[in-house]
Design a protein around this ligand. Sequence first.
Ligand code: ANZ
Ligand code: ZN
Length: 804
Amino acid sequence: MKYDFKKIEPKWQAAWEKNRAFEAVDFSEKPKWYGLVEFPYPSGVGMHVGHIKAYSSIEVISRKRRMQGYNVLFPMGFDSFGLPAENYAVKTNTHPHIITEKNIEHFTDQLKKVGFSFDWDREFATSRKDYYKWTQWIFIQLFKKGLVFRAKTLVNYCPHCKVVLSNEDSQGGKCDICHSDVVQLPKDVWYLRITQYADKLLDGLNDVEYPESIKQQQVSWIGKSTGAFVNFGLDGTDEKLEVYTTRCDTLFGVTFMVVAPEHPVLDKYKDRIANWDEVEAYRAECAKKTEFERTQLVKDKTGVKLDGLCGINPITGKKVPLFIADYVMMGYGTGAIMAVPAHDQRDWDFAKKFGAEIIPVIEGGDVEKEAYAGDGTMINSDFLNGYTNKKDSIARMLEEIEKRGIGHKGIQYKMKDWAFNRQRYWGEPIPLVHCPKCGTVAIPESELPLELPDVKNFEPGTDGQSPLAKIDSFVNCKCPQCGGDAKRETDTMPQWAGSSWYFLRFCDPHNDKAFADRRKLDYWMPVDQYNGGMEHVTRHLLYSRFWHHFLYDIGEVGCAEPYAKRTYQGMILGKDGEKMSKSKGNVVDPLDVVEEYGADTLRTYVMFMGDYTSSAPWSDDTVKGCKRFLDRVGALTDIATAEKEDAKIESALHKTIKKVTEDIEAMKFNTAIASMMALINEFGRAGAITKNDLITFIKLLSPFAPHITEEIWEELGMNPDGKTFCTLSSWPEYDEAKTKDSTIEIGVQVNGKVRGTVTLAVDCTREEAFAAGKADENVQKFMEGKTVVKEIYVPGKILNFVVK
Ligand code: ANZ
Ligand code: ZN
């Protein structure tokens, strides 16, 4: 067959679509398999080769599963709210909805050209009102359960994007969207109480199959810390200054205290602080720093000693100096710490700079040189002296703390509540109303969706207010509770909202009575395998697991964990080995590859380019190599003329079936393809193969290169009615016995030196082995005229003649 991909690819794409080949059937009797990939943000530039690699793994497995008799759900949709469309809207004065729908059309067209086997009937976009209606509905359920709250806090604000960012979205003090510097601003923020789910999110990890590295990232993001809250005194007042510590057993080593510059105790006792000017100046300086700058392990600590205010150690009753310093964060623990410079390096650095005392309470190390964080015997610690491990000493101290009523055991999480609002237009409106009488009230569910109003001007206000705030007809409303005049919330939800539950919608995408029918959810959920980028394994994974756990708790879904298994792909780098980026000019457009070499080549290449989870640079040569491979596959019909099965080919075929079957499961796609390449070399050497050999081979290849294999299938007469597809045929089975080699090559030694090689049957006798060895010409030369004193044969390993 002449392999003309330009003709056959559109032909089979149209045939599959017309015959609904990839339709997922609700409640089918077949076993179900739900494969999910991270749905894309439909950007204006179209698809990236990274998308192709990310989707191809589940694509290959989905196609294999269908052939194995599963009812497969492999859906695609669009995560289509977000800033880029809005920024473009501002620039071009086009409605973001129009831009977004155009981009979705473009993406869909591209995805179809690659031949992905999505069930397109289930497509949706998070920015369409029939979808965001349910995002708002879930938000209202969270609100009703007290998991939504509002607080005035210092927020990370991006002056360029004019948005408030979560800590997660401003890591390193840079805006995740535009990469400019983030500043700290006091603002009203809506939060989702994800911290209430911290333990469930931790425990749930025991029930899922995620790579260890991903579990670890989730664990450290949640950052559970077990310690104690201890009340220190404030000299000359009745005030309790509470600290959080993981080492309450070091209380006898406390030589000073530190509170965060934002700590409210400062304003309260302002009159007692003699050097208030200094405090204020220091605070102003700190306000300019991002949390990242403050928490980095900078050796050079800054701070101010409070003149006129000091703490009291509740265990010893001794006075301790009190400082403000920005290495203590207001947002963690209580914003105040007991400093133990002998055993905490940050405190040690601070003590050295500010001349504070250093009292060791754990033996070991040299506290003159650095803090000692290791284990050792407790000293200078009254009733704790002699304790040798921290578990016991902490337990003993906790007992004492509780007995004296000066504190209690406590738990802290690094994870913060989820800042859940943006002052932008292109997002889900938050369905809440502010009533002067009733406070914050959710709108009735019957009024959902709360539609985004049409606006003329998408530009956010410079006051950090959303463009919605400028539309009086949207803002002014009646209170759903008392009927009086009220005002709507004008912030919108963050981009993460829509993707926090989209996998549920795929189970029942057109439902207008519920976010999804419970029976359909029970049939399809959980997702059997979810593949995506390593960059989404903290936030998106945590957020969506949180929403799902919540929906489980209120009885809306039947399982706690949404994803039974999570996998990830490595990045595709530019030809230069650098991350692909427009500015570096090293971006490969997947559609260019489809144009030049065909979709099958592109698909085969991204699966062949290396270990799936590793990053690898793009290589045009390897692309061409994959095209040559497929050309050779296309020519196989010419040699499918053998009448009789060749034993060697049969064995090679069974080995390949086994290898491809197992490698796909283990996501070792590159070695699966390599083994098929090796197999067609074997075919070439044999000269002719049977039609059945070829059928088996194209079935194995079809998940990777579905078009060419479909074409060959038809050419072999396997698709007489135009809808009996190779991609829906049965997955080849292998016979374990036939995967084993029947013969083996072994070196023949004379006096321990290899003098020849022979091919032996795996199950040959000793006598047969010795006879074969002696028959070798070269071996004979070394044995001539000698006497054999010993013959050694270890099957499969050694064949040796000892001669004299
Ligand atoms: C005394 C102490 C002695 C501490 C010692 C540690 C070692 P994790 O594990 O991260 O929870 N800390 C508490 N609140 C803080 C805040 N808001 N900003 C900066 N540091 C804070 O760390 C808890 C420890 O970090 C606490 O235990 C406290 O220092 C400090 F040998 O208290 B520790
Ligand atoms: Zn009211």
